[in-house]
Design a protein around this ligand. Sequence first.
Ligand SMILES: Cc1cc2nc3c(=O)[nH]c(=O)nc-3n(C[C@H](O)[C@H](O)[C@H](O)COP(=O)(O)OP(=O)(O)OC[C@H]3O[C@@H](n4cnc5c(N)ncnc54)[C@H](O)[C@@H]3O)c2cc1C
Length: 397
Amino acid sequence: MAKKVAIIGGGASGLFSAILCAERGCEVTLFEQNNKLAKKILVSGNGRCNITNKNLSKDDYFGQNPSFVSYALEQFGFKKFQNYMESMGLLLDVKEDGRAYPLSNEAKSVARLFEERARELGVIFHLNAKINSIKEFLNTYNAVIVATGSRAASHLGGCSDGEAFAQQFGHNIIPAYPSLVQLEIDSKTVHKMAGAKVDGEVTLLVNHQKELSASGDILFTNYGVSGFAILDISQRASQALLEFAHVSIALNLLPRFSMQQLATHISNVAKKRPEYSILDILVGLLPIKIATNLLDAVGIAHDTKAGAINPKIAKKIANTITNWRFEVEDTHGFRHAEVSGGGVDVSEINPKTFESLKQKDLYFTGEVLDIVGRRGGYNFAFAWASAYLAVQNITKK
Ligand SMILES: Cc1cc2nc3c(=O)[nH]c(=O)nc-3n(C[C@H](O)[C@H](O)[C@H](O)COP(=O)(O)OP(=O)(O)OC[C@H]3O[C@@H](n4cnc5c(N)ncnc54)[C@H](O)[C@@H]3O)c2cc1C
């Protein structure tokens, strides 16, 4: 007789589990609270879906025990996933840095092919079906997979239901925090620069100690800062905020130059173009919204004539351009986060099977677990790999 498997959650790991289970002859019923499947896949990677990464390693993950991911990534790493996708007719475009996208460059392709394949295999879908308790499920089904994701992006189905299910079976929960998320800064200067963007470098300071840096887009907004560089430091920033640490950032708006080079440049232009104002000099380097607010921050009038710019002033400006510090108030919250750290404690989950060590036939896959990846396809990679191992164990039993 076919094994009956219930899957809670029709996102990345739930949908992938459903396909793999049905391919191996199980009778699969999937419950999804939203009115459609795979909402996060559809918006992922700015609509392009950074579906995995060629270079997967435990070092790209965070949690109480990041090594938990090692076995899963070994068993269902990049090559196996790529081959599997090819068998479904979905080819990958692998970028030089290892990020992989569907060749169509559209997340829609992934969601559509997954759903088609699951329907073709006879997976029974219950949409608009929010599950409140899974206790009874274990009496009806041979196995239950909790693939409910995390609290991130509540408008796409993000919630903490999976944690509540785990708690029903005595599981420990590691406190959740938003990750890959924008940062809130309570500074009028920052808010006035909303809309301005630089290709810069951000350094995170926790309790005034430098912890890590990231390069890329930095976008000022009316609540704080966003952009890829900010997302890349946000996991640690968010975790530190959760621990009530003092969190600040140092922005380098022009990392291609040293502070000294910038000071010299400002002095040289000032000498060559005495008719210029200091603002004229800065707009040659930075977006005007940033230039004006930076001058306000260092207390120099915009119309200060170039002739009045001595080396001390040039250095002060250059120093702010390369090391502009702001205190971080908070993250922009779960609603705006791509993922969330924390979740079901992995010390109570078998890393080879993803079965609960507290309850036989109960499985947890994907982001509901206390594992969160960097930006770059790592979060999906874990969703696929954890689904694969859970299904292997269910169908082997
Ligand atoms: C804007 C955005 C962009 C992203 N881009 C990328 C990217 O490019 N690359 C990458 O690797 N990762 C990306 N991510 C992260 C990635 O989407 C998640 O890590 C991944 O979807 C997690 O898969 P999951 O199956 O664990 O959870 P989800 O995909 O979130 O699926 C969980 C599902 O469970 C459902 N559910 C929850 N509770 C219940 C309940 N009680 N009853 C019924 N259904 C329930 C939810 O509605 C949801 O559909 C992005 C996330 C966001 C928000």
